[in-house]
Design a binder for this molecule. Structure first.
Ligand code: HEC
Length: 163
């Protein structure tokens, strides 16, 4: 009869000690956790878009994939992708303009029969898809939807494979 009681106490003490050490561990880790948040925000600050970044990858693979779907569903009714990405087409004409001007245009004006119909994120997806077809590489960051960042990116010609 007594043995199980003693055993139970032993188990209780073990779990109490376990709880203490987990708390102590968390306390010890706190500076590290705080440190990694600080360095994460430093990394974030470092990845601010710069004018050369269209070649470095300013949109993600996921955005391109979603954008392809959205383009098929929302834009193909009136447009072919070549109208934007072909030689002498829309994006080539936009050379020297900012990404914001193109983003704002498709957001504010397209689809022609229902402007601003989609979420800004969906327009960013579509723009990512169009830029990808044009020849720019996807990267690790996602194309942001804020004006300041997009104004920093100048539309250039994509790197041509094989010159
Ligand atoms: C109901 C028809 C319709 C739909 C749907 C539509 N557009 Fe348009 N779009 C037009 C018309 C009309 C123009 C102006 C004339 C032109 O360039 O064909 C235009 C022009 C554009 C231009 C400027 C082309 C240039 O050479 O100046 C872009 C970029 C564009 N559309 C993107 C989009 C995107 C992205 C979508 C999908 C979100 C979309 N459009 C959906 C009808 C449409």
């Amino acid at each position: 009869m007594r043995a199980p009681v003693r055993q139970k106490r032993a188990v209780d003490r073990t779990s109490f000690e376990g709880g203490t050490s987990v708390r102590q561990l968390a306390f010890c880790l706190l500076p590290f956790i705080a440190g990694s948040i600080t360095s994460a925000s430093k990394i974030f600050a470092q990845t601010e878009l710069d004018p050369s970044s269209l070649n470095a990858g300013v949109f993600s693979v996921e955005q391109v994939e979603r954008g392809r779907e959205a383009f098929l569903a929302e834009c193909m009714e009136c447009h072919e992708i070549e109208e934007f990405t072909g030689s002498g087409a829309f994006l080539e004409q936009q050379q020297g303009e900012t990404l914001w001007s193109v983003f704002e245009f498709i957001w504010a004006e397209m689809p022609e029969d229902k402007p601003a119909w989609l979420e800004p994120e969906e327009y960013a997806d579509i723009l990512s898809y169009v830029l990808s077809v044009y020849g720019f590489p996807a990267g690790r960051q996602s194309l942001p939807i804020d004006q300041e960042s997009l104004e920093d990116v100048i539309i250039t010609s994509p790197p041509r494979v094989g010159g």
